[in-house]
Design a protein around this ligand. Structure first.
Ligand code: GNR
Ligand code: NI
Length: 169
C-alpha cells in the first residue's frame, strides 16, 4: 500500500493552538512515520529548516529539522530534552519562524547544549549540536512547550508583529 505525502497547514501567530503544550509520544508506529513524513514535506515546501508538530496543530512532542544546504539530512526528534551544559555561555542569532512569517529578531540562547531524544524506532539518542543546529533545536523545543521566538522579545515588538500579521489576513 502506498501513501502520497501531504503538505499540512501551518498555524500562524497569534493562533492560540500554538500555545498548547505537546504530550510525549509513547507509540512508535506507522502513524508516527506518516506524521513525520508529512512534517518534512511541509517544511521543505516552504524552505524551512525546522518544524514542530505544534505548528500543524498536532500536540505531540515531535519535531523535524534539516539545516543541510541540499535539504537531504533530515533529523527527526521525538520527546526531545535539552540540557544546558554551560548557562553562562549564550549567543545571539537572527531567528525567523514559519508561524511568524516575514519577521526576524535577534534572540539570545545558550550555545552549549546536549540534546536527548528518541528516533522513529523509539531508540534513545544523544547529540552535542553546534552552531545553527543549537538554535533550531531550542526553537523547536519552545514550540512543543507552547512558546514562540517572539516571547523572547519585548511586548511592544511582539504586539507590533501580531498586529501586522492579523492585518495581512
Ligand atoms: O525556518 C526556520 N528558520 C530559522 C532560522 C533561525 C532560527 C530558527 C529557525 S526555525 C524556522 C522554521 C520554524 O519555524 N521552525 O519552528
Ligand atoms: Ni518556528
Amino acid at each position: 500500500r502506498i501513501r502520497i505525502m501531504a503538505i499540512r497547514k501551518i498555524l500562524k501567530f497569534p493562533d492560540q493552538d500554538l500555545r498548547t503544550k505537546a504530550e510525549n509520544t509513547a507509540v512508535f508506529d506507522d502513524e508516527l512515520k506518516i506524521l513525520t513524513d508529512d512534517m518534512l514535506e511541509t517544511m521543505y515546501s516552504v524552505n524551512g529548516i525546522g518544524l514542530a508538530a505544534t505548528q500543524i496543530g498536532i500536540h505531540k512532542r515531535v519535531a523535524v529539522i534539516d539545516i543541510s544546504p541540499e535539504k537531504n539530512e533530515p533529523l527527526i526528534i521525538i520527546n526531545p530534552e535539552v540540557e544546558i551544559l554551560d548557562a553562562t555561555k549564550k549567543e545571539d542569532y537572527d531567528e525567523g519562524c514559519l508561524s511568524v512569517p516575514g519577521f526576524f529578531e535577534t534572540i539570545s540562547r545558550p550555545s552549549e547544549i546536549k540534546l536527548i531524544y528518541k528516533n522513529l524506532e523509539g531508540s534513545q539518542k544523544e547529540i552535542k549540536p553546534e552552531g545553527l543546529l543549537t538554535k533550531v533545536i531550542q526553537h523547536e523545543l519552545d514550540h512543543l512547550n507552547g512558546r514562540l521566538f517572539v516571547d523572547h522579545i519585548s511586548q511592544l515588538k511582539r504586539r507590533r508583529i501580531r498586529n501586522k500579521i492579523v492585518k495581512q489576513k
